[in-house]
Design a protein around this ligand. Structure first.
Ligand code: SAJ
Length: 426
């Protein structure tokens, strides 16, 4: 039996670490490399730097087969397969920032050896593998498709989703040439218990990832605009979406909220927009959808201002409590979180602000929900953490307004307590 290839995963974050753990579980010999010494130090002591109880348990079981190091030579020198999983964010101008990827690929190039398969899992846009990654690697004198092999297999992972663990998620991949594609497909088929779809060229694989997440973004923008329209018309948008969802085909429910956060959905459309610009096409619809979603924190604050004004109050007169800082429920990740934008807008408008997120105690201003409710005249729920959804607001003597930024609270009980309720579209 031929031995399994030796794997090196470059970048041990939300994407890379699960890949390294899965490869070790599947019997591969795995080296995990990260340029961040604190990540290496924490993992070397058996402790995850990301909060994921299931991954921590899995990591603890595979530590013998998974060596974590900050030494690139040690990590790469014997690898047959190199999987690059580094962040590909956007900068303050929402322009794709490929510096972390470029740095990682240069590290790989410095240790590239004949026959190695290099796979980029980071989310990129059409053209990056061929026009940024390939030239750096071919600078070593080895040629893609014969000296080494190069493919793109965009990450697909939903942290904490027990129904869809990494091994079960179907994947898309494309190579810079048929041999690269073949070798990458063979590796992923040995790693995963799921289908692997091979695209015509690497560009289709690059496009597929940004398309699937942009699809989500535009659909969220659709319901976010509907929410604003239905607020004006006195229609409950959540009720409408639930009603539309009874259609057993051709409808996919998305829900309005105070904004779109995370490191995928609000970022990936800008990769598609930027790639299109480079080939001479200006997306209008995708840009408009991004503008609608980016406008939801301000819309949420406007809902609060409007409710306060009905009681003769203004933001400068009140202390506002923000429930949740994370970008979505049950996570401790604040990347692109709408809650941070809401906090900034409230402060800009003169409000005093107290925030509480049970997943982020170190970033919270109070330690308990009750303390926040005691000290605030208004509350904005920005994150749908499960423990916020059954809060009893009635004992909060000073509370005048609750804005439900994720439409998860019980409007009737809040209003029965004499507190004004505003949802997003309800
Ligand atoms: N959101 C809405 N309305 C919705 C859905 C989401 O406002 O109907 C907001 C969330 O509150 C959050 C943001 O959008 O702020 C992103 O939410 P998300 O559920 O898409 O969460 P992510 O960022 O963890 O998305 C990941 C993505 N997975 C990958 O990129 C591999 C995404 O493609 C998945 O669809 C998503 O997980 C998922 O389904 O959980």
């Amino acid at each position: 039996m031929t031995s399994l290839p030796r794997v090196c995963v470059v970048g041990l974050g939300y994407v890379g670490l699960p890949v390294a753990v899965l490869a070790a579980e599947k019997g591969f010999s795995v080296m995990g490399f990260d340029a961040d010494s604190s990540v290496v130090s924490s993992l070397s002591q058996g402790v995850l730097h990301i909060k994921d109880a299931r991954l921590q348990e899995q990591f603890s079981k595979v530590q013998k087969a998974l060596t974590v190091t900050g030494d690139a030579t040690r990590a790469l020198i014997e690898a047959d397969v190199v999987v690059v999983c580094v962040p590909t964010p956007v900068d303050v101008h929402r322009v794709p920032d490929l510096d972390p990827l470029t740095s990682a690929v240069k590290t790989v190039a410095a240790h590239l050896k004949k026959g190695q398969l290099v796979v980029i899992e980071s989310t990129i846009y059409p053209g990056v593998t061929e026009h940024l990654v390939r030239p750096i690697l071919e600078g070593t004198g080895l040629a893609a498709g014969s000296g080494f092999y190069l493919a793109h297999c965009p990450e697909r992972i939903d942290p904490g989703n027990e129904e869809w663990p990494l091994a079960r998620i179907p994947r898309v991949l494309g190579g810079v040439d048929p041999e690269s594609c073949k070798r990458a497909a063979s590796f992923y088929r040995s790693l995963l218990d799921a289908d692997v779809y091979e695209t015509r060229t690497v560009r289709e694989a690059e496009a597929a990832k940004v398309v699937e997440n942009t699809f989500r973004d535009i659909n969220i923008a659709f319901v976010n605009e509907l929410a604003q329209s239905f607020d004006a018309a006195g229609i409950d948008v959540v009720d409408v979406i639930r009603a539309a969802s009874t259609k057993p085909f051709s409808f996919m429910a998305h829900y309005p909220g105070c904004g779109v956060g995370g490191h995928c959905i609000p970022v990936d459309p800008y990769y598609l927009i930027d790639a299109a610009k480079k080939s001479g096409f200006d997306h209008t619809f995708l840009v408009l959808a991004r503008d609608i979603n980016n406008g939801m924190p301000a819309y949420t604050v406007a809902r609060l201002e409007e409710a306060l004004a009905e009681q003769g109050l203004a933001l400068k007169d009140v202390t506002v409590g923000i429930l949740g800082l994370a970008y979505k429920g049950s996570v401790d990740d604040v990347r692109e979180s709408p809650a941070l934008k809401i906090r900034e807008l409230l402060k800009d408008r003169g409000a005093a602000v107290l925030a509480f997120d049970p997943y982020l105690p170190e970033q919270s201003d109070v330690a308990l929900v009750d303390e926040l409710l005691d000290r605030c005249e208004a509350v904005v729920l920005a994150t749908a953490h499960a423990q916020f959804q059954d809060i009893d607001f009635s004992p909060a003597r000073h509370l005048s307004v609750v804005v439900d930024g994720r439409n998860v609270l019980d409007k009737a009980s809040i209003e029965a307590a004499g507190i004004a309720y505003r949802g997003i579209g309800r």
